[in-house]
Design a protein around this ligand. Structure first.
Ligand code: FPP
Length: 246
């Protein structure tokens, strides 16, 4: 398996990791088993993405809507997150991975909040790849919290509404400082954005694969990159003039 040419490697790849439940059910196993295998796929993907030269990887691990799942499934997912951060942080740090958590933190227990903080602080100067894990995240939540932040600044007198630009908004999002995804991948055959990075995906190329997330591997990632390399990104401009911008 060859690495696609370096020049057209997407700088930022975002992934909706879907299909854990179906993968487990097909094997007569509980959904949690699928999530556990999903963590292995996540680890494989971080390694493969780093190797491929991707600089930002954003993974949708838990949506705002996922809180509505049965309590034992939510509990298992929280347990997996805790396990991952407690047991894999040294390895991530050793591999020069910068970890960022995005999403609504008000919903988490204090031990998980401490793990998020510890992981971000320990890895903040790493630069092989930035791994953004979206937990209790939704695109509408992110836009709402950004609007709230900017409205507060206007109220406090520090911001003139006339000065609010697209860039001001981007800087108020939880993903501030991270470039917009070049490529969005969704596994399991579903072809929806499902309230993921609504603002940030405006110009991203989308790639949908029937592979269920626990089966996702380096070959699937390379296939997605190869498909991305076939696309002509125009950002609303005419063919051949993509540099003209949005
Ligand atoms: C979607 O599959 C997947 C999720 C809701 C959770 C994804 C989480 C992980 C891969 C592990 C998270 C852990 C860490 C360490 C961040 P689904 O359950 O909706 O599958 P289905 O559509 O087949 O039912």
């Amino acid at each position: 398996m060859n690495l696609p040419p370096e020049t057209t490697i997407p700088q930022h790849v975002a992934i909706i990791m879907d299909g854990n439940g179906r993968w487990a059910q097909k094997r007569g196993q509980p959904r949690t088993f699928g999530h556990r295998k999903g963590v292995e796929a996540l680890e494989r993907t971080v390694r493969a993405a780093t190797e491929a030269g991707i600089k930002y990887l954003t993974l949708f691990a838990f949506s705002t809507e996922n809180w509505k799942r049965p309590a034992d499934e939510v509990h298992d997912l929280m347990h997996l997150m805790r396990f991952y951060l407690q047991n894999k942080l040294d390895e991530l740090h050793g591999n020069n991975v910068r970890l960022k958590i995005i999403g609504d933190r008000t919903a988490f227990s204090s031990d998980l909040l401490n793990l998020f903080k510890q992981a971000e602080e320990k890895t903040q100067n790493n630069d092989a790849i930035t791994l953004q894990i979206a937990v209790s995240y939704s695109g509408r939540w992110d836009i709402r919290q950004a609007v709230h932040k900017l409205a507060q600044q206007v109220k406090d007198g520090g911001l003139d509404p006339a000065e609010i630009t697209e860039d001001t908004i981007a800087q108020a999002l939880d993903t501030a400082g991270v470039p917009e995804p070049d490529l969005l991948i969704r596994t399991s055959g579903e072809q929806r954005i499902s309230n993921f990075l609504l603002w940030q995906l405006a110009y991203s190329e989308c790639y949908f694969t029937p592979t269920l997330w626990p089966d996702f591997d380096k070959a699937d990632l390379y296939e997605a990159i190869a498909s991305y390399q076939q696309r002509e990104r125009r950002f609303g401009a005419l063919p051949g003039t993509a540099e003209t911008g949005k």
